[in-house]
Design a protein around this ligand. Structure first.
Ligand SMILES: Cc1ncc(COP(=O)(O)O)c(C=O)c1O
Length: 387
């Protein structure tokens, strides 16, 4: 064939979740009622304030033209006010850059900030773009396993010295997808120390920062010295159920933020200014509805976790995030075999840990992105499984 995917693209691991999506569509066409606990796509409408602000901005003259890649000043000022209010982190205007969603920021960072052959430290299980971004940039992804016994925090001391010295980026993600773990301030201090010793950049993916069930989780940027070695990536997607809007930001280390801006000036032309203005309003006004959104996810979490415990399964209750992460309840069964049995017999989609990397084999992920009643329905069907 004359045209084929690039070698880089071919080096990416198979996208297991696409297969479940394909089956879902096929089964629904057959009339089967599928409870989809697969993808983490929030099902709630965004806040009314946002929609109203968006409608109002559509008529503002000038918003339909190109905008700067780093985001308009009004958006960045609102981000700075939010970071100050939420974390007491002061940011200069040059320390904030807009993202067209956080996925693009994360996936582009190695291209903007590393050279071929550099090492990128990726947690496993972990959000796939940490690894794919590293592969696209011809870097070497080095896997840091997240183990339940260690609170799903990576063991930085276990990274061999030669790898650590070549590591240009360290990705950390708390609240964590998929494990639901949160980070301690001590852990972030270790990351900062590691980065300072090895000349690494810490990229803290804080996409789930507002979805917590206990106390509000900290940001990397609250750690003394963090701004000298790190950036935080935030997104509006999960917080305000805005997956389709594609608005996020990276903030922290000034040179890194400036590098991202310079890189992005070559690959995108900002985000629609109307979005940015509406998002700025929500960030400025504060998160009025957040408490009720958190309560809604808490009820869903409890319905699923308690239901599964009633089946005798060992299902830990996540501290934060959108997911429940638990060990395959049948000893010796692979996560893929369990996911297939659950889909075939119970018409429920859960994602197998294997799709999050080898270190995640033996686990399952459930997204709390359907209503409480549907979660109870899923548990009732799981009770009838024959394994
Ligand atoms: C850990 C993590 N980071 C970032 C994202 C990306 O979110 P977005 O690109 O919508 O901002 C996701 C989405 O699932 C995620 O799970």
């Amino acid at each position: 064939m004359r045209y084929r995917p690039s070698d880089r693209l071919q080096r990416l691991p198979a996208y297991l979740f696409a297969e479940f999506e394909r089956k879902r569509v096929a089964f629904e066409k057959q009339g089967r009622d599928i409870v989809n606990l697969g993808i983490g796509d929030p099902d709630q409408p965004p806040p009314k304030l946002l929609i109203d602000a968006m409608i109002a901005t559509l008529n503002v003259p000038g918003v339909h033209q190109y905008s700067p890649s780093q985001g308009i000043e009004e958006f960045r000022a609102a981000v700075r006010a939010f970071m100050k209010r939420r974390y007491d982190v002061g940011l200069d205007p040059k320390e904030v850059c807009l993202g067209v969603g956080s996925k693009e920021l994360i996936a582009h960072m190695p291209l903007a900030l590393t050279n071929p052959g550099d090492v990128v430290l990726v947690p496993e299980p972990g959000y796939p773009p940490y690894r794919s971004g590293a592969i696209f940039a011809s870097c070497e992804p080095y896997v840091m396993p997240l183990r339940r016994s260690a609170g799903f925090l990576p063991d930085l001391d276990a990274v061999p010295a030669d790898i650590a010295n070549r590591a240009r980026i360290l990705y950390v993600n708390y609240p964590n997808n998929p494990t639901g773990a949160t980070a301690t301030r001590e852990f972030y201090a270790k990351c900062v120390d590691f980065a300072a010793r090895h000349g690494t950049l810490v990229v803290s993916d804080e996409a789930y920062a507002e979805l917590y069930y206990d106390e509000a989780p900290p940001s990397l940027l609250q750690t003394p010295g963090a701004k000298e070695v790190g950036v935080a990536v935030h997104s509006m997607t999960k917080t305000y159920s805005m997956a389709g809007w594609r608005v996020a930001w990276v903030c922290g280390h000034e040179q890194v933020v400036e590098t991202m801006r310079a890189f992005k000036a070559n690959v995108d032309s900002g985000q629609f200014m109307g979005f940015q203005k509406a998002v700025a309003e929500v960030l400025r006004e504060g998160a009025g509805d957040m408490q009720s959104i958190r309560e809604m996810y808490r009820r869903r979490r409890d319905a699923f976790v308690e239901g599964c415990r009633g089946l005798g399964w060992d299902v830990p209750s996540p501290r934060a995030g959108l997911y429940v992460w638990f060990e395959v309840p049948k000893r010796g069964m692979t996560s893929m075999a369990f996911a297939e049995a659950v889909l075939e017999q119970a018409n429920v989609i859960m994602l197998p840990g294997a799709g999050f990397g080898q270190a995640a084999e033996g686990f399952m992920r459930v997204a709390l992105t359907v209503g409480e009643e549907r979660l109870r329905e899923a548990v009732a069907r799981l009770a009838r499984l024959k394994l």
